[in-house]
Structure formats: C-alpha cells, structure tokens
Design a protein around this ligand. Structure first.
Ligand code: URA
Length: 266
C-alpha cells in the first residue's frame, strides 16, 4: 500500500466508525472517536474507550489522561503524530463505565481493519481492557512494561504487543505515574525487537518463533538501559516505515475515568 492508499483506507474506516450502529453505544455517543495519528507509523497505542472530552471532540485521548499520554510520548522523544492512537471501543460508554464484552466484540472489526492498514510492528496496550483484547488472560500487574507476541486475531502473529497501565491510572494512583514513565522508556527498545522479529518472520527465520520474542524473561525492566537511547534517533522514529522496511533489522536487539474506571489496573 502506498502512503496515500493507507491514508485513504484509514479515512474510509473512520467514516464507517462515525456511521456505525453495531452496538448500543451509538445511541448515547455525541461523536464517535475513530483514532488519529500517522498512517505510516510502526507503533499503535490502543486505549479502552472515549471519555467525556473525547466524545465531545471526536478525538482520542484529549482529556487529562490524554495530556499524560502526550507527556509520556515526549519522554522518549515522540509526538502524537509519530504514532497512531485509538481505542478498543470507538464510542463512549455511558458514565465512563467499562465497555461490555459484546460492545468490544462489535467494535473489533473496526480495530482489526485499522491495524491491517497500518500493519504496525508494535501495539502498545493502555489499560486492562485493551490488554485483554491483545493478550487474553494476561494480568496487567504482571505483564506491564514487557513485550509479547500478539495472541489475538486482531493482529498477524509477527506483531508484538507491549503492555502498559492506562495513563488515567496514574491520575488516581500517583505511584503508577513513575511506573508508566519507566514502562514508556522501554517502548523504543520493544520497537527495535519488534522490527527484528517481524523481519525474521518475513524471512521465515526460526528467530521469529514466539519464544524468541522479548518477553518478561528476555527483557528486564531496568528503566532506560544505557545502550538504548531514551529518544529514538530520527531515522528510528516510529513513523519511519520506509526506512525500517528497506534497511537491515535494527542492531541488538477518558472525560476522564469515573470511579468505575479506577479498576483500569488489576
Ligand atoms: N481513555 C481511553 O481509554 N481512551 C481515550 O481516548 C481517552 C481516555
């Protein structure tokens, strides 16, 4: 797909999302929130669902949790336009309640299509509902800050998933703020490993076997290791799809949540 084709395909999906009536959430939404960012990126961040501000503006992560997400991206030298940001459900659950399983299922087709178009090396899950869609059965308290092979029909098997707490969690539990910053610091390294893994997959290498992927055993969580830059060099920015795909694999390697969303973390 050319960049223009990719952009146009994402716009078609966004139009479908805006007209979607597949679940009850369309009855109470103000605006659907398809997602936004670079169509060329290698990294997609997936939250849970729009909150009050997102529902009013039709854009993801524009409230307080969104400000923190933008800040987190900045800690590794990335901006919102370097990545793609979307949610598991595209319409606000009333009162910011958790999305119901049938709502997540009804919306999965939109997310699957977005991911098929962008074809990211790395999906970063934000919060336990997003985690549940990509790594069913994983517990966020155990897997946050680590990368694993995608275990979902939302992504091809060569894709890698990196788990994070939801940024809103830090707004309610201050101690998670540093955890989120530390975990975000691991994302550039996870991207390097994800690129390697995807390249190995396409070459049919055994290195692409899931057990070879950086998981909690393979990737310690020491914060930002000295040999991994906190900020990816420009050529390694997550939107450098062309550079990444033509070069050799890299070396080395809510309105804001209501009370019921305090359970964003396990
Ligand atoms: N929380 C989410 O999960 N998604 C948003 O877009 C905003 C807040």
């Amino acid at each position: 797909m050319t960049p223009d084709e990719r952009q146009s395909a994402l716009e078609t999906i966004a139009a479908d999302v805006r007209g979607c009536t597949a679940c009850r959430l369309h009855e109470t939404r103000t605006l659907a929130v398809p997602g936004e960012g670079s169509a060329e990126t290698e990294v997609v961040f997936v939250g849970e669902g729009p909150g009050l501000n997102e529902d009013r503006q039709g854009r993801p992560f524009v409230g307080a949790a969104g400000s923190f997400l933008t800040e987190l991206l900045g800690t590794v030298g990335w901006g919102r336009s370097d990545v793609f940001i979307t949610n598991v459900v595209k319409c606000r659950p009333p009162e910011n309640r958790d999305p119901e399983p049938d709502e997540v299922a009804a919306c999965a087709g939109h997310l699957r299509r977005q991911l098929a178009v962008i074809d990211p090396a790395l999906v970063v899950t934000l919060g336990r509902h997003s985690l549940g869609s990509f790594l069913p059965g994983a517990r966020i308290g155990q897997v946050h800050g680590t990368a694993r092979p995608a275990a979902t029909d939302l992504l091809p098997p060569e894709s890698t998933v990196f788990a994070m707490y939801h940024p809103a969690a830090a707004l309610h539990q201050g101690s998670l703020r540093q955890t989120l910053i530390t975990d975000m610091g691991e994302v550039p390294r996870a991207l390097l490993a994800a690129r390697e893994r995807a390249a190995a997959f396409s070459e049919g290498s055994t290195a692409a076997e899931p057990e070879a992927v950086a998981g909690p055993e393979a990737v310690a969580r020491p914060g930002i290791a000295a040999d991994v830059p906190a900020a990816m060099p420009a050529a390694d920015a997550p939107s450098a799809r062309a550079a990444a795909s033509t070069s050799a694999p890299a070396p080395g390697a809510d309105g804001e949540p209501a009370a019921d969303q305090l359970t964003l973390f396990a």
